[in-house]
Design a protein around this ligand. Structure first.
Ligand SMILES: *Cc1c(COP(=O)(O)O)cnc(C)c1O
Length: 357
């Protein structure tokens, strides 16, 4: 007898990543910064003595300790995941029952939808405003109806690029607290915006902050992310997550990265500088053509361009082996790359103008 597949799973499509064969990859918001040679040598050396035959530390104590001191919180307030991605799934399974409402503000990070769907939760979409920020007043009215268990959003937001000020977000968190709603505040891009509420976890019984080493910190290949929250909440994450979710190599490497003097600040500085450079390249291109404009106000490591020619430019860049991300029918999301990446992009844009489009 053929196995029965639950309809909600049957309805899902597999995630299709862009193939990894592009000359320039500006589509996944990764860091272009290579780890310093000193750090890579250190990882290579420490790799020699890893206990490969033993299971990893289930609590990732050394890693979470380092992360806690970087974030300025107690070690008991941090849990590590196989990417922050995994911890979203853990949160959705630990804090809601099938059928419960999860409030999102589309467009937002696609994994919220993915995990909500997988765990049979009901997605409730609340609007954003003109400037791309969540309409918190509308969200409050929706939450007051009583069926929402979790509210999740990224700040700054991928893919709108917009960042909300602390006071506004905190007021929303407080409202949710009164209504027994867990807030998963995704601060994966907060290194680029610096208005974190991560330091405020003690003040809120319902706040989980998501952090990742995949973006500003340049470890997307290792899959290490964190939830930062009050100890009671973290205990629940540790109860529900798979025990050996973070492998020994990633634990060691992420801890070394966090402790490596000056690395994070220098990498961040370089990314911010190249984000400005990218904005300038795209603005110059848009000034010389119709049907595309750079959107202001991205507080992240990507730049958005919008207009009827977005899809066309997407295809033309792909043809030239430059991967960027199309978000919606009229928008492109382009991640800051290295100076080399930007030289290739600039040349490609120049050629596209010459070839005509
Ligand atoms: C990339 C991203 C993440 C996930 O990062 P991990 O690599 O799983 O740690 C989470 N939220 C947003 C908004 C992202 O863009």
């Amino acid at each position: 007898m053929a196995v029965r597949i639950p309809p909600r799973v049957e309805a899902m499509d597999p995630y299709v990543p862009q193939p990894d064969t592009f000359r320039v990859k500006l589509d996944a918001n990764e860091s272009f910064v290579r780890l310093p040679l000193g750090l890579r040598l250190r990882l290579a050396f420490k790799t020699l003595s890893l206990p490969y035959n033993r299971y990893p530390d289930p609590d990732a104590v050394a890693l979470c300790g380092r992360a806690a001191s970087c974030f300025g919180v107690e070690p008991a307030c941090v849990v590590a995941g196989n990417g922050s991605d995994e911890l979203l799934g853990v949160a959705f399974s630990a804090f809601a029952d099938p059928g419960d409402g999860v409030l999102v503000f589309e467009p937002d990070f696609s994994m919220y939808r993915f995990y909500a769907h997988l765990y049979g939760l009901t997605l409730v979409n609340s609007p954003r405003m003109e400037d791309g920020l969540p309409d918190f007043e509308a969200a409050k009215a929706r939450i007051a109806q009583g069926d929402i268990r979790i509210a999740v959003f990224s700040n700054p937001c991928n893919p709108t690029g917009s960042g909300a000020e602390e006071a506004v977000v905190e007021e929303f968190i407080r409202f949710c607290e009164k209504h027994g709603v867990l807030v998963i505040l995704d601060e994966v891009y907060m290194d680029f915006f610096r208005r974190p509420l991560l330091g405020r976890i003690r003040e809120h019984e319902n706040l989980c902050v998501l952090k990742s080493t995949s973006k500003a910190m340049g470890l997307a290949g290792l899959r290490v992310g964190f939830v930062v929250a009050r100890e009671e909440l973290i205990r629940l994450f540790k109860t529900v997550k798979s025990p050996f979710n973070c492998n020994s190599f990633s634990q060691m490497a992420a801890a070394e990265m966090l402790a490596y003097p000056g690395y994070r600040d220098r990498a961040l500085g370089r990314i911010l500088k190249q984000t400005d450079r990218l904005r300038q390249i795209l603005a110059e291109f848009c000034a010389r053509t119709e049907g595309l404009a750079v959107l202001d106000g991205s507080q992240t490591n990507f730049v958005l361009a919008e207009g009827e020619k977005a899809a066309q430019l997407h295809r033309r860049l792909l043809d030239k082996s430059i991967a960027v991300r199309k978000v919606g029918p009229t928008r492109l999301r382009i991640t800051a790359g290295s100076p080399r990446d930007h030289r290739i992009l600039e040349k490609a844009l120049e050629d596209i103008l010459k070839e005509g489009w």
